[in-house]
Structures are given as structure tokens and as C-alpha cells.
Design a protein around this ligand. Structure first.
Ligand SMILES: Nc1ncnc2c1ncn2[C@@H]1O[C@H](COP(=O)(O)OP(=O)(O)OP(=O)(O)O)[C@@H](O)[C@H]1O
Ligand SMILES: [Zn+2]
Length: 460
């Protein structure tokens, strides 16, 4: 299997440190708002990448953090008049709702920064002892000029980095690119004790510490959006390698940016489309299909019309699958030459730098074949195509997955049925029963709203 490694800029054969096991760290969200379609891209891409590694027989140990303390979280807390923890807890819960709706499997570990403050302090102390970090009045900083390989990941010279990038401004630093490991608290800010006074960890050190503590000093894959290459990943790498003297992550994988209205989709710019809205309007398979039909490293332009097109294409496949399920056999087909050929094409595509566009196009090809086989009343072939879509490839791509998708469809259908029954009850003035339905739904977070054009529902 070959993947493009940002560290070398080349497509390389993937060989894990421990045979058969892949240790992988993905930078997770800073939790101060709902996730948007841009954030959904790494979530879906690396979820499917992990499923594929498992499909190929690896055991995967995956870590995805939550950044639960940061300036943006503190600002949001101040805006809302609550403490930072309420903001973090709220948006972690919201993250889970969206991730679940999007069919993202939880990683094996979801560490939160604030649970690792003791480890972070200990590692910063070791960096200070090694002479690669120093203290000023405002905090503790990493001394970039002490780490020779700085710039290796982002492939930039130090001079260019200073000129081109946004660097943390602080009068007390020795060098513009030095970045904070520990920020001393201003009055009223959340803080933890440390040898340098009360304060909080910088953003980059948390990922270094959580990855090294959970996965070890060297691990296989470090992933995230390409906006993180500099400074975040360059800094994570510098801290870890200055600390241990070993290679930190051996392969770095970065997804391209989702653009919306001409810019990177971003909470800070405000040009966002939330995952919640996208899934509600166009279904989770529509969004997953849109994301997977672009190669993960290419930029991706988002528009609602495009998402709608993908959602329609997905519906057509569902219709074909539904037609088959009404009458067809859903047993296990024979693994014949055609079966093998499809598996080979699937593996060949995904082994080649995780080419999901080719893999999803196979699903659509199979759906067309299935439709034709039904027209021709060719039962054996139909079962084969059906099986390949729903049991062989579906679970890897998280699309048309037999076990998962059924539940989603049926809960929506059931809700529609309940609303219909309630309408009948109201027309017959049996308000005791109709109110009971409304109240009970409200208790489980489904709010009904009666409008002149019918009853609508929202999920809280
Ligand atoms: N537009 C985008 N396209 C693709 N990936 C993105 C996009 N925006 C963020 N990501 C990725 O989503 C993950 C979580 O991002 P994070 O919560 O740190 O902030 P963010 O959404 O980029 O914040 P902001 O929107 O304020 O820039 C990271 O891996 C990041 O690279
Ligand atoms: Zn990170």
C-alpha cells in the first residue's frame, strides 16, 4: 500500500513499525462551535482510511484529541457568560451527535487536553532542562533555532517562514518563530499550576504529549488537514524530536481544504455550512459520497447544489438496492472470478494513495450492474453485485452499509408514521393521545411544530 507522505513529498510504500499494527493520531477539533463540512472532510477521510486498514488486516490504534482549552474557547465562554468547561463539554457532546449522524466510528482514544496537563508540564520541564525551551514573563517558549530540522515537514526555510506566515506576536520571545509551550494566565483566565506559575498549555504541545503518551515516542501515521502542516505539525514534530531524539511520526497524511464562497471554509471567517444542516437536508450518505468522490489531497469546492447532486445520486442507488431487497435473495454469493476482480479493483485503487474516487465509482458501477441483472432476471449476478455493495465495500466506505443504514432509514420512517398517526388523532379530537405522542417525542429530543402546511420536526 502506498501513501503520499508530506514529510518526504513522495508516494511511499507504507510499512508500519510493528507488523500488522498501525498506530495513528489525527488532530481533532477545537470545541467551541458545531463542526462544519470542512471539518467533516478529515473526519470522513481518516475514518474510511482506518476502516480500509482494518479491511486489509491491520489492527489500528487510532487517537483523536479534543482541544478543550484554547483562546477561542475562552472567548466563546466570555461571550456566553459561562466557564470554559461548559463550552467544551457542550461542543464535545455536539461533536458526538454530528459524528454519529455522519457515520464516523469513534477512535480508540479521545483524549482531552485538560486531562493531560500534568504530563504536559512534565514534558515542558524536560524541554527546558534540555535547553530547547526558555521562560519569559509571559510564558515558556520553544527555541526554534535549537532544533536543526525545523522546517523539514513544511519544507520551508526559516527566513521564508518568518516572512510568509502568521507568527505569534510576543515582545518577550528571542526569535519570531519561537512558539509558546506554556501561557501564563491573565487575571480571570482558567489556569493550572506549574513551575512557571499558573497558566495553560500552548496548542502544539498538547498533541505532542497526547500522541507520545498514548502511542509511544515513534508511531506510524499523523494526520489532519493541510492547514495544520505549518505551524501546528511542524511544531509538534520539533517538540517531540527535540525531546526524544527519535523520528516522531513516520508518515504524515494531509487532506486538502474544503472551499466555500471562494475561501477555506472556516469558523473564524464565518463561511460555514454545518454538518448538522448538511446531513439533515441531504442525508449522511450524500455528504460522505461528496467527500469520498474527491481525492483526499485535492482541494474541494463546496456548494449546496453540488451536495444536492450527490444526494440524488445516492438516492438512485438506494432505489436500486430497495428494489432488489423486495424480492431478491440476500444470502452469501459464491466468490467467483467476477467477485475477485471487483475486490482487486477496489484494493488496487485504495492501495494507490487511498484513491477513494475510484473506489466509490465501483459502487455506482455495481449498482448499474445490479439494476440490469434484475431487468434480465439474472438472480445469481444480482446477488453478487448486491453483496459487493452492501457487505464487501459498503462497510469500508461507510456508504450503503447494510447493518448501519437500515437503522437510520427506519427511525425516520417511524417518525413520519407517528406524525401521521398524530394528525389523524387530532382530526378526531383525541387530544389525550395526540398530546401524549408530542410530549413523549419532546422527552427524547424531537420537537414537533404544527404549521399551516403540516407538521415539521426538529431534533434537539
Ligand atoms: N475547510 C477545511 N477543509 C478541510 N479540512 C478542514 C477545514 N477546516 C478545518 N479543517 C480540519 O478540521 C480539523 C479540525 O479543525 P479545527 O477545529 O482545529 O479548526 P477549524 O475548523 O479550522 O477552525 P476555523 O474554522 O476557525 O479555522 C483539522 O484537521 C483541520 O485541518
Ligand atoms: Zn494536533
Amino acid at each position: 500500500m502506498r501513501i503520499t507522505n508530506t514529510l518526504t513529498g513522495k508516494k511511499e510504500e507504507f510499512v508500519p513499525i510493528q507488523p500488522g499494527v498501525v498506530r495513528m493520531y489525527v488532530c481533532g477539533p477545537t470545541v467551541y462551535d458545531l463542526i462544519h463540512v470542512g471539518n467533516a472532510r478529515p473526519a470522513v477521510v481518516f475514518d474510511v482510511f482506518r476502516r480500509y486498514l482494518e479491511y486489509r488486516g491491520y489492527r489500528v490504534i487510532m487517537v483523536q484529541n479534543f482541544t478543550d482549552i484554547d483562546d477561542k474557547i475562552i472567548n466563546k465562554a466570555n461571550q456566553l457568560g459561562v466557564d470554559y468547561k461548559t463550552v467544551a463539554d457542550t461542543f464535545i457532546a455536539e461533536y458526538w451527535r454530528d459524528a454519529h449522524a455522519l457515520g464516523i466510528r469513534p477512535a480508540n482514544f479521545h483524549p482531552r487536553t485538560t486531562d493531560f496537563v500534568d504530563d504536559i508540564v512534565e514534558i515542558i520541564e524536560r524541554l527546558v532542562e534540555k535547553g530547547v525551551a526558555y521562560q519569559t514573563e509571559t510564558g515558556v517558549y520553544f527555541d526554534v533555532r535549537k532544533f536543526e530540522k525545523y522546517g523539514e515537514l513544511s519544507k520551508k526555510k526559516i527566513e521564508d517562514l518568518i516572512a510568509g506566515a502568521r507568527v505569534e506576536v510576543d515582545e518577550t520571545k528571542k526569535f519570531p518563530l519561537d512558539f509558546s509551550l506554556w501561557k501564563k494566565a491573565k487575571p480571570g483566565e482558567p489556569c493550572w499550576k506549574s513551575p512557571w506559575g499558573e497558566g495553560r498549555p500552548g496548542w502544539h504541545i498538547e498533541c505532542t504529549v497526547m500522541s507520545v503518551k498514548i502511542l509511544g515516542e515513534s508511531f506510524d501515521i499523523h494526520a489532519g488537514g493541510e492547514d495544520l502542516v505549518f505551524p501546528h505539525h511542524e511544531n509538534e514534530k520539533a517538540q517531540a524530536e527535540a525531546l526524544t531524539g527519535k523520528v516522531f511520526a513516520r508518515y504524515w497524511m494531509h487532506n486538502g481544504m474544503v472551499r466555500f464562497l471562494g475561501d477555506k471554509m472556516s469558523k473564524s471567517t464565518g463561511n460555514i455550512f454545518t454538518v448538522r444542516e448538511a446531513v439533515k437536508r441531504y442525508g449522511r450518505d450524500g455528504l460522505r459520497y461528496m467527500i469520498l468522490s474527491k481525492h483526499y489531497r485535492s482541494p474541494m469546492d463546496f456548494s449546496e447544489e453540488l451536495l444536492q447532486d450527490y444526494s440524488r445520486a445516492v438516492k438512485r442507488v438506494w432505489e436500486i438496492l430497495g428494489r432488489y431487497e423486495k424480492s431478491g435473495d440476500i444470502g452469501i454469493p459464491k466468490r467467483n472470478a467476477v467477485y475477485e476482480e471487483y475486490v482487486n479493483r477496489f484494493v488496487e485503487a485504495l492501495d494507490d494513495d487511498f484513491n477513494t474516487p475510484v473506489a466509490v465509482s465501483l459502487i455506482f458501477e455495481l449498482a448499474r450492474n445490479l439494476s440490469k441483472a434484475m431487468d434480465d432476471n439474472d438472480r445469481e449476478d444480482a446477488l453478487l453485485y448486491y453483496h459487493l455493495i452492501r457487505r464487501e465495500f459498503g462497510p469500508v466506505l461507510g456508504l450503503f452499509d447494510l447493518n448501519e443504514e437500515k437503522k437510520e432509514v427506519s427511525s425516520e420512517e417511524l417518525l413520519k408514521l407517528l406524525i401521521e398517526v398524530r394528525d389523524v388523532l387530532r382530526k378526531e379530537k383525541r387530544y389525550d393521545l395526540s398530546d401524549r405522542i408530542r410530549d413523549h417525542l419532546r422527552e427524547i429530543g424531537i420537537i414537533l411544530k404544527d404549521t399551516p402546511s403540516g407538521t415539521e420536526y426538529t431534533v434537539e
